[in-house]
Design a protein around this ligand. Structure first.
Ligand code: SF4
Length: 310
């Protein structure tokens, strides 16, 4: 891809397609340097990208500042994505007011959401940031509203989820942040009513435990511990083994729900990069919106959705 991008750039220069606005004279621009990505999940985090560009191991950066203030070689660095860049020509051509009117006052314009999961017509939808979660679901459900959807992760599985009672929340950053959620990377997932939220988080933790780069203790050890707890919550045999090992090591069983809360807050506050916070975002949402599901699995040893092997 990097070689193709360089080739395309050269072709545009040769064809004289790169011109200043209002001028017919082709610009004599230097060829930018394109670098191939690392192909690892953690490499998408912005401080990881800076570390990569500086030739270091990809393991995030303990941030005192955002890269916009102090990034590549400690210089202000703008890190953006193709979706944002794709909006630039339209904004230049139609003026900022035109773009702003398409969104909410706190977040002008539109946003791409890749809607997947329990919907009839999954796909990439361009939505105004004024749109609500329900409106987004209705589009992807061909007019059938939030039919059969129990919860939604508007930004993808690393950015928290909201239950059906919150489907009137708008999809702009501010509204989602006030609901303890985020539009993240726009990887909107709809979860069906049949899905057990505790099992969902177990699978989610399995993924993050595997992609953690292992550089910092809270994420490396914390994600392993959380994964073990959720395995015990969703599987009776694993629970027996987990409880036996707790008693053998500590002489007693820990207060499980409190332990989950403590682990989640420790990882959220002390993980070195955003991947650690993404790992626990789903657990935080579970504690916020479905605490009764955790109680049912841990205290009553039952799965209300009847999907876990208790
Ligand atoms: S938070 Fe996780 S992914 Fe990020 S540096 Fe720490 S161990 Fe690596």
């Amino acid at each position: 891809m990097a070689a193709q991008m360089s080739e395309l750039w050269n072709q545009m220069l040769k064809a004289g397609l790169l011109k200043a606005s209002g001028s017919d004279e082709p610009l004599n621009l230097p060829v930018p340097e394109f670098r191939r990505g690392m192909g690892v999940f953690t490499g998408n985090e912005e401080t990881d990208l800076v570390e990569f560009l500086e030739g270091r191991k990809i393991c995030g950066r303990a941030r005192s500042h955002f890269p916009i203030l102090e990034g590549y070689k400690n210089l202000p660095t703008l890190i953006t994505n193709p979706e944002t860049l794709a909006n630039v020509p339209l904004i230049v051509a139609n003026r900022g007011d035109w773009f702003a009117k398409k969104g909410s006052p706190s977040q002008p314009g539109t946003r791409l959401f890749c809607i997947t999961g329990a919907v009839r017509k999954p796909g990439v939808y361009e939505l105004s940031s004024r749109s609500t979660i329900e409106e987004a679901l209705s589009m992807a459900n061909q007019g059938r509203g939030d039919d059969g959807v129990r919860a939604v992760a508007p930004g993808g599985m690393g950015f928290g989820f909201l239950p059906a009672q919150s489907f009137q929340t708008r999809l702009d950053h501010l509204s989602l942040a006030l609901a303890n959620c985020s539009s993240g990377n726009g990887g909107f997932i709809a979860y069906s009513r049949e899905l057990c939220p505790v099992e969902l988080i177990f699978k989610h933790l399995q993924f993050f435990q595997e992609v953690s780069c292992g550089e910092c203790v809270p994420c490396r050890e914390g994600s392993i511990q959380l994964h073990a707890i959720f395995r015990a919550l969703t599987d009776g045999k694993s629970r027996f083994q987990y409880e036996r090992s707790c008693v053998r090591v500590a002489g007693t069983l820990p207060p499980m729900i409190q332990l989950v809360r403590d682990l989640v807050e420790t990882i959220h506050l002390s993980a070195r990069c955003g991947v650690g916070r993404q790992a626990v975002a789903g657990v935080r949402s579970l504690l916020d919106h479905f605490p009764q599901e955790l109680d049912a699995h841990w205290i009553r040893r039952e799965c209300p959705s009847q999907t876990c092997r208790m």
